[in-house]
Design a protein around this ligand. Structure first.
Ligand SMILES: Nc1ncnc2c1ncn2[C@@H]1O[C@H](COP(=O)(O)OP(=O)(O)OP(=O)(O)O)[C@@H](O)[C@H]1O
Ligand SMILES: [Mg+2]
Length: 476
């Protein structure tokens, strides 16, 4: 067998028993350490790691039962198998009560012992794999992976370090692509529950009706399709962190349930009556204007205050100055490495082009731009031609208009379209993507607004759009 296992510890005061069991277990590929007393066993346990302990019940000095008590207290993760002299139910109960994972009455066939050992080895490996996977998932979230030296980013890293060790809820606000997920991950990794689970739910990606059951679980038969009981993700996150991404997209009804959960960690599965409780740290993020969402009643103010124990605001990339260059170089090194390209740096022209862009998609956009450039570039430096022709309207936005029209060499039609697109888009953002409100503000019908959005290729991605609004059919 391929064992990535630490050894097991076999404790028995009979020498023959120690020798014969050691040889049986070693034949199966296990590493075995033996000890003739509980005291010696504990000394070994203090020095090295074991995946399980097998102990006889009767030992000279501290008994097997005494040892189990110590194990339970000091090594709760190490399973213990107790070997008892007689198979009486009373002894079995005593062994299990004292903390044994299993017991084996004497005499036993070697196969019985091996069976129990295999089970413990299996669960050790499973746990170890899980832990390794978890580390893999979160190792990309270290603080030094948050690149940037602009004052707001320096302050952000300092705040993360300060609040991570507490259990306080954190609300992370910022435009799309500013690094909210990265920050949530770093908060978990620097928290005392870093070794615990890190569960992320994207509230916008899960259908409204299913989100509650995803979050809090459901009982069998709670709704059509609930063919068996399913624990909620909050249960999965017990002892760790749950990150509710895009929380601005959660319905008001579910917001109320979340509020109750935040108060004391209690919840009820969908279709269930039992009140359950977990110990979970909550992080939440949204790219919406949350104050505006409270104003238009799509977000509960009480929930906002409950979540907002600590608020982290991530600055948009366009306000981060030279960070653009630092990030570009960081991604350049990464992509050159993964794509196996020997590109060393950005050309002066490329740098200039990156610095003047408005970056509506923030760091994510920059990352994608660099990836594309590394793929396209066939010289030793990234040339401006390997960068996209950044959208016209973002150039317009940056300069505030006229000068850029001319610099960009736009025709009148192109300039008007770019300007129109900019106006529609920013009004949509301002109104939290509400078609009704945007149409009202721009003094056009909803129909006309939709038509223009289609023509100008504006979608409501990142916004609830029509779905979140009541849609009286007669309105148009
Ligand atoms: N300061 C930073 N340093 C390094 N990489 C960053 C930084 N900020 C963001 N990134 C990278 O940019 C990409 C987008 O970040 P992330 O997914 O965290 O954004 P977000 O704010 O959650 O966006 P959205 O609102 O669209 O979900 C990721 O690949 C992330 O690793
Ligand atoms: Mg995100």
């Amino acid at each position: 067998m391929s064992v990535d296992l630490p050894p097991l510890l076999f404790i028995d005061d009979e020498r023959n028993m120690r020798l014969s069991m050691k040889s049986v277990l070693e034949d199966e590929g296990y590493d075995v350490e033996t000890a003739e007393s509980a005291e010696l066993g504990l000394r070994l346990l203090a020095q090295q790691k074991f995946f399980m302990v097998i102990t006889d019940a009767q030992l000279t000095g501290m008994s097997g039962y005494g040892l189990l008590t110590v194990l339970k207290r000091d090594y709760p993760g190490v399973p213990a198998l107790m070997i008892t002299a007689y198979a009486t139910p009373k002894l079995a109960v005593e062994a299990l009560k004292a903390g044994a994972t299993d017991y084996l009455p004497k005499p036993f066939a070697p196969e019985e012992l091996l069976h129990a050992v295999r089970r413990c080895a299996g669960s050790y490996q499973l746990l170890a794999e899980n832990q390794a996977l978890r580390q893999q998932v979160t190792q990309g979230y270290r603080l030094d992976h948050i690149i940037g030296e602009s004052p707001k980013v320096v302050e952000l890293r300092r705040l993360i370090q300060t609040v991570a060790p507490s259990k306080a809820s954190v609300l992370i606000l910022g435009e799309s692509g500013t690094g909210k997920e990265l920050v949530a991950g770093a908060l978990h990794c620097l928290s005392p529950c870093a070794a615990g689970p890190y569960v992320r739910i994207n509230c916008a990606a899960i259908q409204e009706t299913l989100l509650e059951s995803e979050l809090f679980g459901h009982e069998k038969g709670a709704f059509t399709g609930a063919i068996k009981q399913k624990p909620g993700r909050v249960e999965e996150a017990d002892g760790g962190t749950i990150f509710l991404d895009e929380i601005g997209d959660m319905s008001r009804a579910l917001q109320a349930k979340l509020l109750r959960f935040l108060e004391d960690g209690t919840f009820t599965r969908v279709g269930g009556t039992e009140e359950l409780k977990v110990d979970v740290r909550l992080l939440a993020a949204t790219n919406r204007d949350i104050i505006e969402a409270i104003r238009n009643n799509s977000f509960r103010e009480d929930l906002y205050h409950r979540l907002n124990v600590v608020q982290l605001r991530l600055p948009p990339l366009r306000e981060r100055g030279r960070d653009i260059m630092l990030l570009a170089e960081y991604f350049l090194v990464q992509y050159c490495h993964t794509l196996g390209k020997p590109i060393a740096r950005l050309s002066k022209g490329a740098e200039a082009k990156l610095l003047v862009h408005h970056w509506p998609g923030n760091v994510r956009e920059l990352r994608n731009v660099i990836e594309r450039a590394v793929i396209l570039e066939d010289t030793a430096q990234i040339q401006p031609t390997s960068l996209p022709d950044f959208e016209l309207e973002t150039r317009l936005r940056k300069s505030g208009g006229k000068a850029e029209f001319m610099a960009a060499g736009l025709s009148l039609d192109e300039a008007v379209a770019a300007f129109e697109r900019e106006v529609v888009h920013s009004t949509l953002v301002h109104n939290n993507y509400s078609i009704n409100k945007t149409a009202e503000q721009l003094k056009v019908t909803r129909h006309a607004l939709r038509y223009r959005m289609q023509r100008l290729n504006i979608n409501t991605e990142g916004g609830p759009g029509d779905a979140a609004e009541p849609q009286p059919a007669a309105q148009e």
